[in-house]
Design a protein around this ligand. Structure first.
Ligand code: SF4
Length: 374
């Protein structure tokens, strides 16, 4: 069978907490880093047997660059056999990272690096509570190229209350001058459990400005998903294609499908529990480790489950397919749904190629999915 499995490892530590951030990340737990390695080692040994081969590895956070190189040396050693055939190894980092760290990370085999830049505007960075400067971001991206990274991503945030054409144009001018291959551009969301929870004054509602910004990016980088442009990230494409993944670390998520009528899982406990739930006609599920770092350290192999029915999976296939270049197979639809799709093709919202349905405007994915499934 073709190897399509993905591995995600979560690093929950950050130098400072950004005001908009709802990720599972902490600034006051640095003293737990050593124990954290031991916990992820336990989870890896429990969930990943030597024979599993991953197509991609993605280390995200939090801020993975807050961990010293010896952490990654030990981690890569632990996963040596499982990453033999991996084609993409990504690590996220903060722009305050040093060239020495970048060089050593490259030497460990990482071939894709992602920088949480967000903006090159000093005032906007302070407003977001980022702890790096524009010049640090420029230098670190150039350093990544110097040490040999050929796949470099840069994250940008838009729709903040400070944004206007001039600020965003300046951000893009600097962005386009750098040796990057990929841009992730996210519209600011005001989320619960963040410093900005409930304060919608921090967000600018200006659809015209958003469309203008996205179109500017599209002039230079091909849009392949609603927020992603450039050379596609194979790991993220794998999520959207609903490939299986294993999630390691506090608050990480795994996704497992039944293979030939059987649950083939390393984790004995997980397999037992899932097998007991067969009565609901379950063909796939997601499982979550504990978010709380202290709880995770106590028991890294304790999971919560989210059962997915065929209908759930079908909805995800349509939604994720329409947000991206992936599209979805027409034959997952019933006759009524096919009629609605035909109508949308006539309306120039969708198109069909070799029995797959694709979107002509990723921004409409939500509305179109609801319409198709009624
Ligand atoms: S660096 Fe990233 S993970 Fe850390 S607080 Fe900021 S947005 Fe959240």
């Amino acid at each position: 069978m073709k190897n399509e499995k993905l591995l995600y490892i979560h690093i929950p530590f950050c130098d400072s907490k950004c005001h908009y951030c709802a990720f599972n990340s902490y600034t006051n737990l640095n003293h737990l880093k050593k124990e954290y390695f031991n916990a992820i080692k336990t989870q890896i040994e429990n969930d990943i047997n030597k024979s599993i081969q991953f197509k991609t590895l993605f280390i995200g956070g939090g801020t993975p660059s807050t961990m010293k190189i010896d952490f990654y040396e030990k981690l890569m050693k632990l996963l040596e056999y499982n990453l033999k055939d991996a084609i993409e190894l990504t690590i996220e980092c903060n722009p305050n990272v040093t060239i020495e760290w970048l060089k050593e990370i490259k030497n460990l085999g990482f071939n894709r690096i992602s920088f949480g830049v967000q903006s090159f505007d000093e005032e906007k960075l302070k407003f977001l509570n980022r702890n790096h400067s524009p010049i640090q971001a420029i230098n670190s991206i150039e350093n990544a190229q110097k040490v040999g990274f050929e796949n470099i991503n840069l994250d940008l945030i838009y729709s903040t209350s400070l944004d206007n054409n001039k600020l965003l144009e300046n951000d893009l001018k600097t962005t386009f001058s750098l040796p990057i291959t990929h841009i992730s551009a996210y519209s600011l969301m005001i989320e619960e459990n963040t410093k900005w929870e409930g304060d919608f004054s921090k967000r600018k509602e200006n659809e015209e400005l958003e469309i203008w910004f996205i179109n500017k990016i599209k002039e230079k980088f091909n849009q392949y998903e609603i927020s992603n442009f450039g050379k596609p990230c194979i790991h993220n494409l794998g999520y959207w294609k609903l490939n299986e993944y294993i999630g390691i670390g506090a608050g990480a998520v795994g996704f497992k499908k039944m293979e030939n009528g059987e649950w083939k899982m390393e984790n004995e406990e997980l397999r037992k529990q899932i097998s007991n739930k067969q009565s609901i006609n379950l063909l796939s599920f997601r499982y979550y480790t504990q978010n709380d770092v202290y709880e995770y350290l106590k028991n890294p192999c304790k999971y919560k489950y989210e059962m997915l029915t065929d209908e759930d999976i079908k909805k995800e296939k349509i939604f994720l397919g329409l947000r991206s270049i992936i599209g979805f197979e027409e034959n997952i639809l019933n006759n009524k749904e096919k009629t609605r799709v035909k109508h949308l093709i006539k309306e120039n919202k969708l198109y069909k190629k070799e029995n797959r349905i694709y979107s002509l405007d990723f921004l409409l994915a939500d509305a179109i999915t609801s319409y198709i499934l009624d």
